[in-house]
Design a protein around this ligand. Sequence first.
Ligand code: BG6
Length: 611
Amino acid sequence: MCGIVTYLGKQQALPLLLEGLKRLEYRGYDSAGIAVMDGQPVRLMKSVGKISELEARIDPVKFNGTAGIAHTRWATHGKPNEANAHPHFSCDRKLFLVHNGIIENYLPLRRELEAAGHKFVSETDTEVLVHLVEANKKSGLDLTAAVQHALRRVVGTFGIAVLDQDEPGVIVVAKRGSPLIIGIGNDEILAASDVSAFVRLTKQVVYLNDNDVATLRRGDYSIVSIEGPAEVEREVETVDISAEALEKRGFKHFMLKEIHQQPDTVVNAVRGRLLPEEGVSRLGGIEPVLERLKSARRLSIVSCGTSFYAGQYGRYVFEALTNLETDVALASEFRYRSVRFDEKSVVLALSQSGETADTLAAIREAKRKGALVLGIVNVVGSSIAREAGAGVFMHAGPEIGVASTKCFTSQSIIMVLMALLLGRYQNLTFNEGLRILRAIEEMPKHIQDMLDRQEQMLEIARKYHKAKNFLFIGRKYNYPIALEGALKLKEISYVHAEGYAAGEMKHGPIALIDESFPTMAVVPQDETYDKMISNIQEIKARNGKVIAVASEGDREIRKVVDDVFYIPRTLDLITPLLAVIPLQLFAYYTADLHGREIDKPRNLAKSVTVE
Ligand code: BG6
């Protein structure tokens, strides 16, 4: 979704806003814009494409000012072009506004404003906001009140910032549904969709709640609600993210860096959570609701994208280790399911960003119906982390590559810990628990071993990257891994790929198979091995090429398939979290061989804050 950032202080705003935009670019990157003021008429520049294109068009000498707002866009209403890029401005060009979210009732508002003589220059939903504020200002309200009144008429989600030529030294921001955080600096104040935009300048932040309107002044701010004049207090928190963590550290892409971080991020996800002496795990974040969890009967996992496939893996794990009836739902479809909840129902939301609007809507639905809502989230302070009743943080550090990698393994291993914790209150024995803990402790070494052999996957990608289509197959725990592998390839290389349950292949997709349609088969030597080999034989019988992700020491597989990437042996339950690594590498190298923008694939965004 879009990214917004504002600056007000003693320094020149331009370089800080551009730096902030570059940090937010993973949220949307089809067009961008910036408005800066310093007592003179506001300077505005907008452009189509990446932040670098906007930067190239600005002459810093002419663009001076210590106050400004900026925006990077992921188009929802209106094509990526200059007119639709933000900031949008009022008829008198005195008000400038940037927005992240969707205004659902923009058409009737637009008609009303056009009837009142306002001239619109874009196709966006956002533009109605700046004209509403203008109308309120014309009726004599100050900027804060004008924004409050405007937002009372709006249906939808927003994170906005408004700059007013007639009120220098003030920026008004507001939020509902989209993330917005204030950064309190030394004699300067910022606001942004994500702390990464200003964490180099300050780690003192205020997370705005829905319907908060904040008036920012140099070195000071005040918050009211959209509904009224009374001031509201919000806690000042300190974020634990270093600016270095936001650098590529010598890797060609953030995605490759994040793939290589997994030995560490798995350690971070389980640090202090393994109790081998008791053969169990400990998750402080769910202890307050443990009694309710222990008596729960049904678990619904809700999420989107890569987190959805982690959820599918999680279902197999909870069913294997606990007595919980477990289902997994696409968050965007969850609202249409008439699921009956009661005090024995638990809903587990998985989300890297903690801001995915579909998942947020799903947990609000579940809460309304009385379910206990838990979250496994990476971003501290995010909406899902704050709205879930309890939960577990991944501690994976910022994930900047739009295609999620390290957070897939982190949220998956945390579900293993959660299932282990509950299972040990049910039928899981000490030894079974200990075996799982031992396997988890070995994961970082196993992952590093595969990363050290990444060249092998580069060779395989070199051989197959020209293929136009791919099938990914697996069984049981490895079926969701096949789905995730296919998603990774689609997301960043734009090569069509389908993940399929291997047993289902003969009921349809096998019709696609020929020598130009390769298959990636996740076929470790576990209980599904023999059946996987039969499925591979069915493909080979139709001249299909097969690449296998197989268990170390499996010599037989070489006789059946065309290429093999070997993964270390471990528990069946943990093997999928190793098998996903070569699939991440395969997608990465294929995309790189196609010269794709791997960290910012077309049409995608890191966290989608609109439904
Ligand atoms: C998409 C991202 O927008 O959202 C995916 O491109 C991600 O990488 C999906 O898996 C869900 O995001 P989250 O933050 O809720 O896990």
